[in-house]
Design a protein around this ligand. Structure first.
Ligand SMILES: NC(=O)c1ccc[n+]([C@@H]2O[C@H](COP(=O)([O-])OP(=O)(O)OC[C@H]3O[C@@H](n4cnc5c(N)ncnc54)[C@H](O)[C@@H]3O)[C@@H](O)[C@H]2O)c1
Length: 248
């Protein structure tokens, strides 16, 4: 079977919810030991507990991705517990839909701090351990809103996700000689983050060549592929998973 992660230790940020929780389930089902890292302790512990009930190896550590000190502690804890750290998925993010006063500077700061700086701090925190091991895979969650203009996208969110993509490529090139791969998955429109009335969702679906929003499992499968040895010669790419939206 492809997409196996046997023996791998993975950290998935934002794994308490939505697309991240789906990745947690898929990664563990494919043999990885997974640490969920999220600010939502209760929800994160619940996801981990449910996985453990199925005999899967999932833990939870509280992490605010904007805190460099918290990242340092997380990596220390993971390596102390498992002896290694093979995969980081920088999935935690905010959409901007939930940020009030979208035009204000503090909304932009918050989007960039969580989405772009959070991923940057995460990559830098895991690199020493991955370098020591001589291998590692990092998958960052971007967004098609960071690649193309869309009336549905918050411009601050677009800036934060374009930064994710750019810093992933830069990191990929720097780290390739050391065996560390860095790639970005760009989801299209998925119900979780839309937070819109059904009518709004219908308008979005009509604008997608496949005429539907995506399913969580379709993102998890792409993240798994890039994190797994199946993608051993792939680094620095932007993989869009969007039903054809950006191809139009
Ligand atoms: N769902 C979509 O339509 C869509 C589309 C494009 C991109 N994305 C990206 O996919 C990722 C996951 O999106 P989702 O829809 O599952 O979102 P979600 O809101 O369901 O989950 C995001 C998770 O990130 C966590 N988080 C937020 N701020 C954090 C912080 N400071 N530190 C640690 N954790 C934090 C939240 O607690 C939550 O568990 C995000 O990066 C998002 O930008 C989603």
């Amino acid at each position: 079977m492809t997409g196996r992660l046997d023996g791998k230790v993975a950290v998935i940020t934002g794994g308490a919810n939505g697309l991240g929780a789906e990745q947690v389930k898929l990664f563990t089902a494919r043999g990885a030991r997974v640490v969920i890292a999220d600010i939502l302790a209760e929800q994160g512990e619940d996801v981990a507990r449910l996985c453990r009930q199925d005999g899967l190896d999932v833990g939870f550590i509280t992490l605010d991705v904007t805190s460099e000190a918290a990242w340092t502690r997380l990596v220390q804890d993971v390596v102390a517990r498992y002896g290694r750290l093979d995969i980081l998925v920088n999935n935690a993010g905010i959409s901007g839909m939930s940020v009030q006063h979208l035009a204000h500077a503090d909304a932009w700061d918050r989007l960039v701090a969580i989405n772009a700086k959070g991923a940057y701090l995460g990559m830098n925190a895991v690199l020493p351990e991955m370098e020591r091991q001589g291998e590692g895979a990092i998958v960052n969650l971007g967004s098609i809103i960071g690649l193309v203009g869309s009336p549905f996208g918050n411009p601050g969110y677009a800036a934060s996700k374009a930064a994710v993509s750019a810093q992933s490529r830069a990191m990929a090139v720097r780290m390739a000689p050391r065996g560390i791969r860095v790639n970005t998955v760009h989801p299209g429109f998925f119900p979780e983050m839309l937070n819109m009335p059904a009518g709004g969702r219908g308008d979005i679906a009509a604008s997608i060549p496949m005429r539907r929003v995506g399913e969580r499992a379709e993102i998890a499968a792409a993240v798994l592929f890039l994190a797994s040895p199946d993608a051993s010669y792939i680094t620095g790419i932007d993989l869009v998973v969007d039903g054809g939206f950006t191809a139009q």
